[in-house]
Design a protein around this ligand. Structure first.
Ligand SMILES: [Zn+2]
Length: 158
C-alpha cells in the first residue's frame, strides 16, 4: 500500500497551505501508475478556500472528449465544468473550482513552459481567488499556487 493512501497530502509555502483530501491523493496516484500512466491524465480540482489556504476536496478525472497522449493532456470535455457547477450548487456555493491537475511520465515532475503559459492564462481569467496547479509524477507530486498573477512553487511531495 502506498504512502499516498495513508496520509493527507499537505503542501506549505510562505505561510500558505494546500491540502489534498485522501480520496483526491488516491485518485491522482492511480493515474500516475500503470496502466493509466501510459498516457497523461488530468482534471480539475474542487474545494474550499480558508483564508489564504486551499482545501482540495474532490477532483475530476479524464473524460471521453479529453485528449490523452504519451506527453500531453488536453482537457476539452464539458463534463469537468458540469461537475464543478453541480458541486458548487449542491454545496450552497462552498465548493468551488480551485485549480487543475495533470500527470507527467517522469518521476519528479517539473512544469513545462506550456504548463506555465496555460497556468498564467488561467490566472488572468480567474482573478478573484488563488488557483492550485498540480503535476503528478510517478514518484512525486508537484504543486504551485497562483494568485494576483503570480505563481509560487509549493514544492514536491513523494
Ligand atoms: Zn505538464
Amino acid at each position: 500500500m502506498s504512502r499516498l493512501r495513508r496520509k493527507r497530502m499537505i503542501f506549505l509555502a510562505k505561510g500558505r497551505l494546500v491540502t489534498l483530501a485522501d480520496a483526491v491523493a488516491q485518485e491522482l496516484a492511480r493515474f500516475a501508475a500503470p496502466p493509466e500512466s501510459d498516457r497523461e491524465a488530468g482534471g480539475i480540482l474542487l474545494g474550499r478556500y480558508r483564508g489564504p489556504h486551499v482545501e482540495v476536496l474532490k477532483c475530476t478525472t479524464p473524460m471521453p472528449e479529453d485528449r490523452r497522449t504519451r506527453f500531453g493532456f488536453v482537457r476539452q470535455d464539458k463534463g469537468h465544468q458540469e461537475i464543478a457547477s453541480r458541486e458548487w450548487f449542491e454545496s450552497g456555493g462552498a465548493v468551488n473550482f480551485v485549480g487543475e491537475w495533470h500527470t507527467h511520465p517522469e518521476r519528479h515532475p517539473t512544469p513545462s513552459w506550456v504548463d506555465r503559459r496555460s497556468w498564467r492564462k488561467q490566472l488572468r481569467r480567474h482573478k478573484s481567488d488563488p488557483l492550485v496547479f498540480i503535476i503528478v509524477g510517478t514518484a512525486a507530486t508537484y504543486c504551485e499556487i497562483g494568485s494576483d498573477g503570480h505563481l509560487v512553487a509549493m514544492g514536491k511531495i513523494g
